[in-house]
Write a protein that binds this ligand. Structure first.
Ligand SMILES: *[C@@H]1O[C@H](CO)[C@@H](O)[C@H](O)[C@H]1NC(C)=O
Ligand SMILES: *[C@@H]1O[C@H](CO)[C@@H](O)[C@H](O)[C@H]1NC(C)=O
Ligand SMILES: *[C@@H]1O[C@H](CO)[C@@H](O)[C@H](O)[C@H]1NC(C)=O
Ligand SMILES: *[C@@H]1O[C@H](CO)[C@@H](O)[C@H](O)[C@H]1NC(C)=O
Ligand SMILES: *[C@@H]1O[C@H](CO)[C@@H](O)[C@H](O)[C@H]1NC(C)=O
Ligand SMILES: *[C@@H]1O[C@H](CO)[C@@H](O)[C@H](O)[C@H]1NC(C)=O
Ligand SMILES: *[C@@H]1O[C@H](CO)[C@@H](O)[C@H](O)[C@H]1NC(C)=O
Ligand SMILES: *[C@@H]1O[C@H](CO)[C@@H](O)[C@H](O)[C@H]1NC(C)=O
Ligand SMILES: *[C@@H]1O[C@H](CO)[C@@H](O)[C@H](O)[C@H]1NC(C)=O
Length: 525
């Protein structure tokens, strides 16, 4: 009996993982495509098609943006479109005089680019296919176009709802249900004194499944902490190593690939040009447990782009951690709680500040964004033990990132470190002179290196308590005085470090912390 039960559960799980597009952190997330017939024409109708992204943190990036497709139920044609266009006209040879915009039985429609003439625009159109996440920018989470359909019915009984809707965003991943006739949409006039309604309305709901989008994750997570020297890197081949080519992250190749990058327009993953790493992920999220205060603790998040061919615009990061219900301050990212189940408040969405870091630049010296999160401790829950301080789940742009195996999480040293060990604090302070020396040489790191530069505007105000209590859960080694103090750049490097960011900053006064072990260094001139 028990056996049969578990077999059933297993089978169910298998079915679910393939078919169900269920995101536990965003259970109601979907994209709806709504058709409102606004008027009848001699041989068909004019409809306004509205695409609403109700997903909290998954957006559609431009270029190339969304593509909506369907199969006509009869012999319909598209006479004209406003605010979007069919990608192919198809065979319109039967038509004399007026030639339709599209005669294909399965049209594929894409958005127009910003800046098209006004007579080709309608409200919410022409964003190059970009569709923001609802949680980030509800006003930009909607797209619309108008379509004039011929050879269709001209009453609500003869019109047939198109079939087999598809949505690319921009790659695969979305599955759309059938179009369902729903009560006609009611529109309110701008002065809110008159209501009009569509002649007929149908809705299509599309949901996302990461399994359909790609076989492998598209991002991975690495960890480090102030209390343990070990850096936990991304899993090897976290994003799949088969059939993947990559380039070494040196500047000569960069110049070449940069040129290639300009000519192309498709955002598909096949076209990614990755920097060689052990994980082979286009994006890595690093979570560093940075400081322990009496009542607060601080984590640092750095997102690194390893794809030379992708600028991630309007990126989002979602992290699940029990202490995210008590965020006191988030530096240099925007932030919103994601409360999927009313009472459980352990998930937060982070995204870039507009015009500052809402774009994660292509791989290279500028291909990273970072933030610090200050959380208030809940004395009953807080601990550094058993990797508690690390996130449970991380999503980048709505795709779940591959986490390190649970047994690899950095853990607290078992015994209080002896006096000698305390001096060799994991956060070794290295002063400018040494760092400059370090940077002048072509260092070769074979392992992950986490290096933090702190820039000081004026006097350092943080008091460090060098006693062994640094590791304890309840006490703190540092007094928290000024939230701005100690906010610096975290460089998480693999292989040969990018040198540019350091050279730029060399003139400034800074202090560097190096976390983790250097496995091998080789010096070239
Ligand atoms: C789609 O999302 C909206 C908004 O969250 C929700 O009201 C609706 O029930 C969802 N539809 C489906 C079919 O899940
Ligand atoms: C079609 O229109 C008639 C009235 O013209 C209305 O009673 C009926 O509910 C409409 N059907 C649909 C599916 O909208
Ligand atoms: C819709 O798709 C299904 C499965 O892909 C196919 O069997 C069916 O023929 C399609 N319908 C139309 C009208 O193309
Ligand atoms: C149809 O979709 C719109 C959003 O596009 C939504 O507001 C409306 O509630 C949906 N209608 C039904 C019956 O699901
Ligand atoms: C990324 O953006 C920068 C600046 O806007 C641009 O120079 C670069 O070509 C872009 N890269 C890609 C791959 O689109
Ligand atoms: C969830 O936590 C955030 C961060 O502290 C807080 O701003 C928000 O009010 C909380 N929401 C709920 C529903 O408890
Ligand atoms: C945040 O933590 C403080 C102190 O532990 C507690 O009083 C407060 O209720 C917490 N807030 C939330 C939203 O959990
Ligand atoms: C740090 O954590 C690792 C596990 O990631 C563990 O193997 C190591 O012993 C820890 N270091 C100390 C000093 O406890
Ligand atoms: C440093 O930590 C020790 C042990 O917890 C404590 O007794 C001492 O008061 C602390 N010093 C400061 C300056 O906070």
């Amino acid at each position: 009996m028990e056996l049969r039960c578990s077999v059933l559960v297993l089978a169910l799980a298998a079915v679910l993982s393939v078919a169900a597009a269920y995101d536990p952190l965003d259970p109601n997330g979907n994209i709806t495509i709504k058709w409102d017939i606004m008027s009848w024409t001699p041989d068909g109708y004019v409809a306004v098609v509205t695409i609403n992204n109700f997903q909290m943190y998954r957006h559609i990036m431009s270029p190339p943006g969304w593509t909506v497709g369907w199969t006509w139920a009869k012999k319909e044609v598209i006479w004209s479109m406003v605010g979007a266009q069919a990608t192919e006209q198809g065979d319109c040879s039967k038509f004399k005089g007026n030639i339709p915009h599209c005669c294909k039985r399965t049209p594929a429609v894409v958005d127009l680019l910003p800046g098209v003439p006004y007579n080709q625009q309608i409200a919410n159109c022409c964003r190059g296919g970009a569709l923001a996440a609802y949680g980030q920018d509800p006003a930009a989470a909607v797209a619309a176009f108008q379509v004039s359909v011929g050879q269709a019915g001209t009453t609500n009984r003869t019109v047939k709802v198109p079939k087999n809707f598809t949505l690319l965003g921009p790659g695969p991943g979305y599955t759309c249900g059938p179009g369902k006739v729903v009560p006609s949409t009611v529109f309110l006039s701008p002065d809110r004194r008159r209501k009009t309604q569509a002649l007929m309305t149908w809705n299509v709901t599309c949901t996302y499944s990461q399994h359909l989008a790609s076989k492998y994750p598209s991002c991975c997570v690495s960890f480090s902490s102030f209390y343990n020297d070990t850096i936990v890197p991304c899993r090897k081949c976290a994003c799949g190593c088969e059939h993947k080519t990559c380039v070494q992250g040196d500047s000569k190749r960069l110049a070449v690939t940069g040129k290639q990058a300009r000519g192309r327009h498709h955002g598909d993953k096949e076209a990614a040009l990755l920097q060689c790493t052990t994980h082979m992920c286009p994006v890595r999220v690093h979570w560093h447990v940075k400081l322990n205060y009496k009542e607060y603790w601080r984590a640092k998040i750095a997102i690194t782009n390893f794809n030379y061919r992708m600028n991630y615009t309007q990126w989002t990061l979602v992290a699940q951690h029990p202490n995210l219900d008590n965020i006191t301050e988030v530096f240099s990212f925007d932030y919103k709680p994601v409360v999927a189940y009313g009472s459980i408040n352990d998930t937060a969405m982070f995204y870039g500040l507009k015009y500052f870091n809402d774009q994660l630049m292509e791989a290279g010296p500028h291909g990273n964004v970072q933030s610090e999160v200050l959380m208030r401790k809940d004395a009953t829950k807080f601990t550094f033990k058993q990797g508690w301080a690390f996130p449970r789940k991380v999503y980048f742009n709505g795709d779940e990132c591959q986490m390190p195996p649970p047994d690899a999480y950095p853990y607290l040293p078992n015994s209080a470190p002896p006096a000698g060990a305390a001096a060799a604090s994991p956060a070794s302070v290295i002063i400018v002179a040494f760092l400059a020396l370090l940077l002048m040489r072509d260092l070769h790191w074979t392992d992950l290196l986490v290096l933090e530069l702190l820039f000081h505007q004026g006097r350092r105000r943080r008091r460090r308590n060098s006693s062994a209590s640094a590791y304890s859960d309840a006490d703190s080694d540092t007094e928290w005085e000024d939230p701005e103090d100690g906010v610096g750049s975290l460089f998480v490097m693999e292989g040969t470090p990018e040198k540019e960011p350091f050279c730029e900053q060399l003139s400034e006064q800074f202090e560097a912390y190096i976390y983790g072990q250097r496995k091998e260094t080789s010096f070239k001139t």
